[in-house]
Design a protein around this ligand. Structure first.
Ligand SMILES: [Zn+2]
Ligand SMILES: [Zn+2]
Length: 357
């Protein structure tokens, strides 16, 4: 293991709104009993990072961007090494919350991911667009040797979020799940849901992501292009996915909403069967649903928030075992402005990552 330098390159936000990050030289942070130092291999750029740049999360600035880290453990205290079974040289992916309080009701009785007192890397505390960064030892998951950092980084947010949402749908093998929105989450989601034995309907209205999912080994059983097909036609195609003798309701059993435009939501809700389940992971400023979907169609709406370390471990295993890939577009830290600008390309495919490899 090479020696840890005193300073590092990092991308920080100084004021919001800002169009871009500022590339700076900062001190390498110091470990403590709960936090380990990672040499970052890759860090993902997420929709939430753009919201931080826009100022949607207030002005807790300056901070280093990104909440999706994968890298190598280069410094760890003896205590956390023993407590969490990590050592120098381990290749890990880590979850976004930092400093969960351990005292609130969720930390004590529920799931720490709901801790209202936690901070989030890249959102209100320094994140991972840096050569080195601190992560919680207890939130690290070791990644398989064959998994690259650029494939691991998107799993810490997009991957674990969509995996947890699919789990929340609580469907059995052979049931139908729709994933509306085939961006970074959706493209991973269709592959995961297929690997979990579900029938999968992918919905989008953009040609590029539709072409991308068609190229997957684990492709959806049905792809609906919302720009080309009406609801009635789409419903006929969904009905064809049911086995002979099926006597249930028309429509998919559960739908995950990953895209923000509310027009895409009503389309997807109308394709969900009566008494079905809608899982919201998109974060539009406001929702705009028709009451009929909930009262007459008896849909149940649940939100789903990223995941904990068990979910991340399961996500990494599922992805590794089934050869699931994230389409990634890599940028070096010097090209950070181009990296942010690439997000406004509507036709882009998959996930944008900063890479130090
Ligand atoms: Zn994210
Ligand atoms: Zn707490």
């Amino acid at each position: 293991m090479s020696e840890i330098p005193k300073s590092m390159k990092a991308l920080r936000i100084h004021k919001a709104p800002s169009k871009h990050y500022r590339l700076e030289i900062l001190d390498v942070p110091q470990i403590n009993d709960e936090k380990v130092l990672l040499k970052i291999g890759s860090a993902g750029l997420c929709h939430t990072d753009l919201m931080v740049l826009e100022g949607s999360f207030g002005d807790n600035l300056p901070i280093i961007g990104s909440h999706e880290p994968a890298g190598t453990v280069v410094d760890i205290s003896k205590e956390s090494s023993e407590k969490y079974g990590l050592k120098i040289g381990d290749r890990v992916a880590a979850l976004l919350p930092k400093d969960v309080c351990g005292k609130c009701s969720d930390c004590k009785f529920g799931d720490w991911k709901y801790c209202a007192n936690s901070k989030y890397g890249g959102i209100n505390i320094d994140g991972y667009f840096a050569e080195y960064a601190l992560v919680e030892a207890k939130h690290c998951v070791i990644i398989p040797d064959e998994m690259s950092f650029e494939q691991a980084a998107p799993l810490t947010c997009a991957g674990v979020t969509i995996y947890t949402a699919i789990k929340k749908a609580n469907l059995e093998s052979g049931q139908i799940i729709a994933i509306s929105g085939l961006g970074a989450l959706g493209t991973l989601g269709v592959q995961m849901a297929k690997a979990m034995g579900l029938k999968v309907v992918g919905i989008d209205a953009r040609s590029q992501p539709i072409e991308l999912v068609k190229s997957f080994k684990l492709k959806p059983d049905l792809i609906i292009d919302g720009s080309k097909i009406k609801e009635e036609e789409a419903m006929k195609e969904i009905i064809k996915l049911r086995p002979e003798g099926y006597e249930g309701w028309d429509g998919v059993d559960a739908t995950i909403l990953t895209a923000d435009p509310t027009s895409s939501h009503s389309f997807a809700l109308n394709l969900t069967r009566r008494h079905g389940h809608i899982i919201l992971v998109a974060q539009p400023p406001e929702l705009n649903f028709n009451f009929k979907n909930f009262i007459f169609q008896d849909l149940t709406l649940s939100g789903s928030l990223h995941g904990n370390e068990i979910d991340l471990k399961e996500t990494i295993n599922l992805v590794h075992k089934n050869g699931i890939i994230s389409e990634v577009q890599k940028f070096s830290i010097e090209n950070h402005e181009k990296m942010v600008d690439a997000t406004s390309n509507e036709q882009r495919k998959g996930k944008i990552v900063l890479s130090f490899e």
